[in-house]
Design a protein around this ligand. Structure first.
Ligand SMILES: Nc1ncnc2c1ncn2[C@@H]1O[C@H](COP(=O)(O)OP(=O)(O)O)[C@@H](O)[C@H]1O
Ligand SMILES: [Mg+2]
Length: 288
């Protein structure tokens, strides 16, 4: 059994702080879900894979770096609006040379789901960016996450841009997952995106592995998406074999703030998320 952080509530705050820390998991994976385009399924895929990971007993943390906070709302529901401690405070700490820094562990919240924790986003992240960038803080997230103990899997959700937050995430992670929505414009953008990831790999993070492209909202009966995906495969892009279907249930799952594994465990899309999760785990074990 892995050692795990025992968490306690600090007075008057809903933040969790570590009471006893276990050993850092040597097998901890840190996965970034990235695509410069919005609406391709980054937050949906981040939260659903993280929820499966947690449901299977892995101690899992979601880091929501998107100021829009969609993952934060998905995992916390209305509670997301009342948080007194978010990633904005984490980055404030980084900018303020605190003598007694809380570190990343000080900004982690429980979710209603066992084994699933969250570092929540905040809208003010947007305006913090300039300061963080001008003071070269791009490596701080990696350092902070590396010092976290007791987690088996980290999932980082990112904003739809190549900016300070996405660069920090790509530097911190060892796996990169790229959702793709079968749109022809997104297809053109994939090449630029892969080149950007490769540049960060070369310059800053040689541990980073592109796990693959997740085909999302794939309409198997429509000709165009089939053609687009086949062409990408012919061009030897790393298309993962588990595709995700379109389903209205995902929106309902967002509305109820319950990832699919909890909201509708027998649904086809849930099975597809599980198949995707298994594909990624097999690959992780194979390369470990
Ligand atoms: N497989 C799917 N089927 C139906 N709707 C989906 C699917 N995946 C994502 N969506 C919807 O598409 C929208 C964008 O998804 P989201 O995960 O927020 O994308 P991103 O984080 O890349 O902006 C959301 O409204 C979400 O509910
Ligand atoms: Mg998002």
């Amino acid at each position: 059994m892995h050692p795990f952080i025992l968490l306690q509530r600090t007075n008057g705050s809903d933040t969790l702080s570590p009471l006893i820390q276990g050993f850092a998991g040597a097998n901890m994976t840190c996965r970034v879900v990235f695509n410069q385009k919005g609406g391709v399924g980054k937050s949906t895929i981040t939260c659903n894979l993280a929820a499966i990971s947690a449901a299977r007993g892995r101690r899992t943390l979601v880091i929501d770096l998107d100021p829009q906070g969609n993952s934060t709302r998905y995992l916390l529901g209305p509670r997301a609006e009342e948080l007194d401690s978010t990633l904005v405070d984490f980055f404030k700490e980084i900018l303020s040379y605190s003598y007694k820094p809380k570190g990343a562990a000080g900004y982690i919240h429980e979710t209603p789901f066992d084994n699933l924790h969250l570092m929540p986003a905040h809208p003010d992240l947007e305006e913090q960016q300039g300061k963080l960038e001008s003071r070269y803080k791009m490596f701080k997230l990696r350092d902070a996450l590396e010092s976290l103990e007791g987690y088996d899997a980290l999932y980082i959700d990112t904003p739809p841009a190549l900016n300070f937050f996405t660069r920090s995430a790509l530097i911190a992670a060892d796996r990169c997952l790229i959702p793709f929505d079968c749109d022809d414009f997104s297809r053109q953008a994939l090449y630029t995106l892969l080149a950007n990831v490769r540049e960060i790999q070369e310059d800053h993070n040689n541990q980073l592995k592109v796990e693959g492209i997740v085909v999302n909202q794939f309409q198997s009966r429509a000709r165009l998406p089939r053609e687009i995906v086949n062409e990408l495969i012919m061009e030897e892009l790393p298309i993962l074999k588990s595709y995700l279907s379109p389903s209205i249930r995902i929106r309902e799952s967002h509305q109820h703030a319950r990832p699919m594994i909890h909201f509708d465990p027998r649904h086809k899309l849930t099975t597809e998320f599980e198949a995707l999760y298994d594909t990624l785990s097999q690959d992780t074990q194979a390369t470990a």
